[in-house]
Design a protein. Structure first.
Length: 656
C-alpha cells in the first residue's frame, strides 16, 4: 500500500502523519539529498503504516511525505515529537524550485530553529494547489521512536499550552516534594528523607533534560544543547542508585544485620552508574550500545526492587505494602517505555506519558509513606518522652532517698575525718615538741663536748700532731652534728621534705667537697679523692637534699670498706644532666644483697659491727628521686662498689 497524500487545510488543525510516510534506511550515512531524490521511490522507499518506530539504529533514517497545497498559502508547522534526536534535517523539493534545507535537533543551536520549542518544529509553506514533497533525514544515538504531526499554528499553540501545564504540574510536584522532605531531613536527620530528596532531584533533572526543557528555558544552554544531554545522562545513570538506596533505607534495611551487604549493593550501583556515564559521554562510538544495555539493566533492577518489596509485603511489612502500591504501576510504565524505545510497541499518548504519570503517583505515595513514618516516629518519641518522664520521676524519688542516705553517710564521714584531723594535729604538735626537745637535749652535750675539745686543744702545749688531729676530728664531728641539727632536725625542714624538693642553681662541686669532709671524720687511713674536672660549677638541684644523699653515700663507702681503701667521688656532666659516682675498692656487695640494699631497715653482711639502722641508702634514694633523679648500684663481689647518682637537667625536667 502506497503512502497517502496530506491535504491542507487541516480540518481539525492537526494531522498525525501515520499512514502518510515512506522511509529509507541509510546505515552508513552515505546518501545525500540529491542521491535520495534520484532513487526510484517505489523501489527504495517503504510505506510506513504507523508512527516511526525504529528503535536504536546506526546511521540515518530518511522519511518522505507529500502535501497537497490549498488555495491559500497558509503556513503549517511540522512537529517531530522527540527532543533527543541528534539531528533532524528537512528538505523541500519543489517542481521548479531548488532544494532547500533546515536543521534542528539537540546537536544544533536552538536559535537556528523555525519555532523556538523543545521538539524540532519546521514551518512549511506548501505551494498552492501543488504536490509538495518533503524529506526528513533523522539520526541520533537515542531511540528513533517518535510521533510526527502537522499542525496549524493556532492549534499547535493551544496544544503546547496544555502540554506545558501538565509538565508544569509534574515539575512543581517534584520541587514541592524536594523542599518538604529536605526540611524533614534537616529536622530529623532520618536517612530515608535524604535519599528520597536525592532520588526525586535526579528524576527531576532526568525528566527536564530528556523532554528538552533544560535548553528551552536556560538561555546559556540554547547554543550548546549537547550539555543538556550530558546532564540527562548523568542524572539518568545515578537515579537507580539513589532509588535502591532509598528503598533499603525506607524498609529499614540499614538498621538490620544486612546493613554491610546492602551498602555493598549500593556501592555496586554507584560504580555501575559511573562506568556507564563515562562510556556514554567519552566513547560515542559505543554509546548507543551502552544506552541499550543500561536500559535493560534499569528494567531488571526495577523488577528486582519490585520483587524485594513484594516478598516483604507478604511478610507483613507495612512500609513494603505501601511501596508495592506505588511501585507496581511505575514498573509497568518503565516496561512500556523500554518496549517503546526498543520499537516493540509504537509511540502514543499512553506509551509516551505513562512514565511521568506513574512517577508522579510513586513520589506522592512515597511522600505519604514518609509523612506517616514521621508521624509514627513522633508517636514513638512522645511515648519515649512519657516513659522518660515517668522514669525521671521515679529516679528523682530514688535519688532523694539516696541523697538522704548519702548525706547521713557524709556526716558520719565528716565526723570521722574531723576526729582524724584533730588526732593528726595533736600528733603533729607532739612531733614538733619532740623535735624541739631532742634538738635542745642534743645541743647541750654537743656544746659541752665542743667547748671541752677547744679548751683541751688550747691547753695542749705539746707538738704531738696525733693528739692535735684527734682534737680537730672531735671538733669536726661536733660541727657536723650541729649542722645536722640545724638543717634536718627542724620542723620547717621536715615540712619542706613533705612538700618536695626546693630546686635552685647551687655550687655542686662544693657538695662533693662537703661529702669528702664528712667521710674523713669516719676515715681510718682511707684514701679519699674527688674527680670533678668534667662537672659544671653550678647545677640546678636541691642543695640540702643532694648534700645529705652524698654524705650518706660517702660515709657508707668509708664505714663498710677496710682501712686504707680508696674512695673516689667522681662527677661529670652527661647529655641529660649530671652523674656523680661514689666508688670504692672494698669487698663489694654480693648479688643476693644487691637486690635488697635499698630496702628500709636492711643491713648487709659487710655492716659487721658498724652501727646503723639500715635507713641510710633508702633515704638517699628517696632524696634523689624527689628531684627527679635516680640512685643505682653497680658492684661485683670482691671488686668494690659504685653508687651512681643521676640528676636531670632543666630541659629534661621540662619535657617530663
Amino acid at each position: 500500500m502506497d503512502a497517502g497524500i496530506i491535504n491542507v487545510p487541516l480540518p481539525a488543525g492537526k494531522q498525525p502523519l501515520a499512514g502518510y510516510l515512506e522511509w529509507l534506511a541509510d546505515p552508513n550515512n552515505e546518501l545525500s539529498i540529491s542521491q535520495v531524490q534520484a532513487l526510484p521511490v517505489k523501489a527504495y522507499f517503504k510505506p510506513l503504516q504507523g508512527m516511526p518506530a525504529f528503535g536504536y539504529r546506526k546511521g540515518a533514517i530518511w522519511l518522505r511525505f507529500t502535501v497537497m497545497g490549498s488555495m491559500q498559502s497558509d503556513p503549517y508547522w511540522l512537529e517531530i515529537v522527540s527532543p533527543f534526536l541528534d539531528s533532524v534535517t528537512l528538505y523541500r523539493a519543489g517542481e521548479r524550485t531548488p532544494v532547500t534545507s533546515r536543521a534542528a535537533g539537540d546537536h544544533h543551536p536552538l536559535s537556528g530553529r523555525d519555532v523556538l520549542y523543545r521538539n524540532p518544529v519546521f514551518e512549511l509553506h506548501p505551494e498552492p494547489q501543488k504536490l509538495n514533497t518533503y524529506y526528513l533525514r533523522i539520526e541520533g544515538n537515542n531511540s528513533l521512536t517518535f510521533a510526527i504531526y502537522l499542525w496549524s499554528p493556532p492549534t499547535f499553540v493551544e496544544a503546547i499550552g496544555l502540554e506545558q501545564l501538565g509538565f508544569g504540574v509534574f515539575f512543581a510536584v517534584h520541587v514541592i516534594l524536594i523542599l518538604t522532605n529536605l526540611w524533614f531531613y534537616q529536622a530529623t536527620r532520618e536517612g530515608s528523607y535524604g535519599w528520597f530528596v536525592l532520588f526525586t532531584f535526579l528524576n527531576l533533572m532526568t525528566s527536564a533534560a530528556a523532554e528538552g526543557y533544560g535548553y528551552l528555558y536556560l538561555s546559556w544552554l540554547q547554543n550548546v544543547p549537547e550539555i543538556n544531554e550530558g546532564v540527562m545522562i548523568v542524572a539518568w545513570m545515578f537515579s537507580p542508585a539513589a532509588g535502591i538506596t532509598f528503598l533499603f533505607s525506607y524498609l529499614g534495611g540499614f538498621s538490620s544485620s544486612l546493613r554491610p551487604y546492602l551498602i555493598r549493593i549500593c556501592l555496586f550501583y554507584l560504580m555501575l552508574a559511573s562506568v556507564f556515564s563515562m562510556v556514554i559521554l567519552m566513547l560515542p562510538s559505543i554509546s548507543q550500545v551502552a544506552r541499550q544495555t543500561y536500559q535493560i539493566w534499569s528494567l531488571v533492577s526495577t523488577l528486582i526492587s519490585l520483587i524485594i518489596v513484594l516478598v516483604l509485603s507478604i511478610r507483613r511489612n507495612a512500609n513494603a505494602r505501601l511501596m508495592l502500591i506505588a511501585m507496581l504501576p511505575y514498573w509497568i510504565a518503565v516496561f512500556m517505555r523500554f518496549l517503546r524505545n526498543m520499537a516493540i510497541i509504537p509511540p502514543g499518548l499512553l506509551a509516551d506519558n505513562a512514565y511521568y504519570l506513574t512517577m508522579t503517583f510513586y513520589l506522592l505515595v512515597m511522600n505519604y509513606g514518609l509523612s506517616r513514618h514521621y508521624q509514627t516516629m513522633r508517636e514513638r518519641i512522645e511515648h519515649a518522652q512519657r516513659e522518660a518522664l515517668s522514669n525521671s520521676i521515679q529516679a528523682e524519688r530514688a535519688l532523694e532517698e539516696k541523697v538522704i542516705q548519702r548525706t547521713s553517710d557524709l556526716k558520719r564521714a565528716v565526723e570521722q575525718v574531723t576526729e582524724a584531723l584533730v588526732l593528726e594535729k595533736r600528733v603533729h604538735e607532739e612531733q614538733k615538741q619532740f623535735f624541739a626537745t631532742v634538738s635542745h637535749e642534743l645541743r647541750t652535750p654537743l656544746a659541752v663536748i665542743d667547748m671541752t675539745a677547744q679548751n683541751l686543744e688550747r691547753a695542749n702545749t705539746s707538738d704531738d700532731e696525733v693528739v692535735r688531729a684527734r682534737y680537730e676530728k672531735i671538733l669536726r664531728a661536733t660541727g657536723r652534728l650541729s649542722s645536722l641539727l640545724d638543717n634536718y632536725l627542724d620542723e620547717d625542714k621536715f615540712e619542706l621534705l613533705r612538700h618536695g624538693a626546693n630546686l635552685s642553681h647551687c655550687p655542686i662541686k662544693s657538695l662533693l667537697q662537703d661529702a669528702m669532709d664528712s667521710a674523713r671524720l669516719l676515715s681510718d687511713q682511707h684514701f679519699i679523692q674527688i674527680d670533678d674536672e668534667d662537672l659544671p660549677s653550678h647545677f640546678f638541684c636541691d642543695p640540702s637534699l643532694t648534700r645529705l644523699a652524698l654524705r650518706t653515700l660517702a660515709d657508707n663507702a668509708v664505714k663498710y670498706t677496710p682501712p686504707g681503701s680508696m674512695v673516689v667521688l667522681r662527677g661529670r656532666q652527661v647529655a641529660d644532666g649530671v652523674r656523680i659516682d661514689v666508688v670504692d675498692n672494698g669487698h663489694g656487695i654480693a648479688l643476693s644483697e644487691r637486690e635488697r640494699i635499698f630496702e628500709r631497715y636492711y643491713r648487709g653482711k659487710q655492716s659487721g659491727r658498724q652501727g646503723g639502722t639500715g635507713l641510710g641508702l633508702a633515704l638517699a634514694r628517696s632524696l634523689i628521686e624527689k628531684q627527679g633523679g635516680t640512685l643505682t648500684l653497680t658492684s661485683d663481689e670482691g671488686e668494690g662498689a659504685c653508687f651512681s647518682v643521676w640528676l636531670p637537667s632543666p630541659e629534661v625536667r621540662a619535657i617530663a
